[in-house]
Ligand binder design. Sequence first.
Ligand code: HEM
Length: 426
Amino acid sequence: MVPPGSKLPPLVQTARFMADPVGAFERAHRRYGPIFTIRYTGFPPEVYVTTAELAEQVYKTDQGGGSAGAARRDFLEPMVGAHSVLTLDGEPWWQHRKLLNPPLRAKQVAGYADDIAAIAAEKIATWPLGRPFALRERMQEITLEIIVRLIFGIRDAGRLARLRALLPRLIEVGGGMSVAMLPAGLRGPASRVPFLPYARFLRLRAAVDAILFDEIARRRANPGGTDVLGRLLETELSDQEIRDELITLLIAGHETTATGLAWAFERVLRMPEVLRRLPDDEPYLDAVVKEVLRMRPVVYEAPRLLDAPLRLGDHVIPAGWYAGPYIPLVHRDPAAFAEPARFRPERFLGGPQSRAWMPFGGGRRFCVGAQLALLEMRVIIREVLHRLELTAPDPAPEARRLTNVTLAPAKLTRVIARARTPARTP
Ligand code: HEM
């Protein structure tokens, strides 16, 4: 029996999901229980699970039967290319993943802490004081700069300036519906109509690629460096493969981390008792970051495209369907998290971490940048709170809204900043 779900036409189910990407799942969960089907227009049906046990079983398909790469390929390939750890599966995926893991391990990225703090301090100094602004946009500037300097290893001021101007436009145009959802068969014709978004996207991509290939060539001539590009150049990857993985790390790592940071401030600015303990108590800061990602997971799903049927209890999900956890509901499972609706960072202090905490997905496809993301969040929160006093002009919590593949605060975390006098120092 396939998992239950609404009998409404896929178009209506898609519209409901777009209008309310959290409520639509909560309703399905209440009505059908911990495993249910949603049908979107133009895609195979997707089965969502909402408990850690069921999620584990989906993640187990990473060992055979489930493809995380195929589930993302159609949307992402124009941007990340054909050699990306996001969209590959099987042996080619593992060949790349093996090479990306070492430079992104906790021990390696710990070496970036001072650089991250310096980049944050540089950008924070430019924030407006005394009037409301959207914090997420400012966070995106910081996380973009971190990727360009510490992952791509770019130092030259001219190139940095070019990339700062080009990358946000590339991401905006490339992540838009009219590019990401364009069927592969229409890409050729669309590329020949200069004013269409797809053609614009190709021009931006070519401009970025020219800088990246040039940088790769220079660095091959002068090996070394502690940035991720330097490490990838020591492997057997070709220039094209390295270009694809650099763009992959940008796409997977920049908006997600900025949104996580936006949520962290959206939450803690409304909780004076939490804010008071921040930022210098390191274990508590770490626990706050984890609790934010539990209550407001940035990525809501981690789907696998099944190439063999998957049995989950009494249900069988057919081959050709998607299966994945709906992360916000797994994180609200009272069997895994006591009082799940309460913001309680203490639950992450000491003791082993619950396997139900999955803001970074799971199985073999677990987020390769998780340690860097957690480090960035801790360091940037610390830098902001040392320098500025932030308040939320509107005490009402911000709703969740779908932006590309993330659930972001509806107002992108509106804040007012004031200088901290005297500046707090660690
Ligand atoms: C708060 C920030 C972040 C969140 C919430 C996040 C979340 C996720 C999730 C849910 C997945 C899918 C895992 C699965 O399918 O089981 C993923 C995969 C991935 N993430 Fe992240 N991520 C974040 C930051 C980063 C950063 C900073 C980078 C790199 C610099 C990165 C690179 C990747 C890559 C390359 C994959 C694909 C891994 C694979 O398929 O083998 N992410 N991430």
